[in-house]
Ligand binder design. Sequence first.
Ligand code: UTP
Length: 223
Amino acid sequence: MVSIGGSILIPDNDDSVYIKRLADVLNDVSASVEIVIVCGGGRIARYYTGTGRALGGNTDELDMMGIGATRLNAELLRIALGTEAFDKIPLTVDEAVDAIPNRKIVIMGGTEPGHTTDAVAAMVAGRIGCRRIVNATSVDAVYSDDPKKVPNAKRFTKLTIKELRNIVYAEHDAGRSSVFDPLGVKLAMRDRIDIMIVDGRDLDEMRNAILGKKIKGTYVNSQ
Ligand code: UTP
């Protein structure tokens, strides 16, 4: 199970080049593992939710636009993967579960209002009995503070899921965007799913994480 942030897929920095290289890695590793990828919305989601909010949109309406953006990003990765990927973007967890036997790779975005794509990854992982979520983000690990703002923030290579829970709830309370959706952490804790937090633009790291090999980022143990 892979949750990939929109900030990784579409930062407006040679996005098609990166998405093609990512697709090549996914195609390659799919020979050994089945992969489900949930794509985030990134700046496209933020544009629509921000503009919709300024126009008085309610939370559900804004979430639906965010979901639309995640599905657009999923479509880009699906196109790059070609016939190796399931040819439709599942709209629900049930549709994703049904699609998995058909192809080695299934790509999707969000499902319904009220959470983010990290939580979708945890929901699908729980349903299919997947033991590991790779969270591809724009930071290379979990830190005690935002490393862009606090230069001596502590970098973690290993955490227990309870420690991650405390970090994401503290971030959430401070109004910061969490390294992993708090609901996703709760679900991963319940279903004993490990989470690997890695730099999504480092494709060697992505390959190692998906194959369950040693990573440079943070390994969150759920046991
Ligand atoms: P993301 O998963 O990209 O949210 O979905 P995010 O984590 O806030 O974004 P990044 O990773 O920091 O860039 C974008 C938005 O789409 C809606 C939410 O509003 C979310 O913030 N969404 C997404 C849902 O309502 N349901 C979903 O299943 C997925």
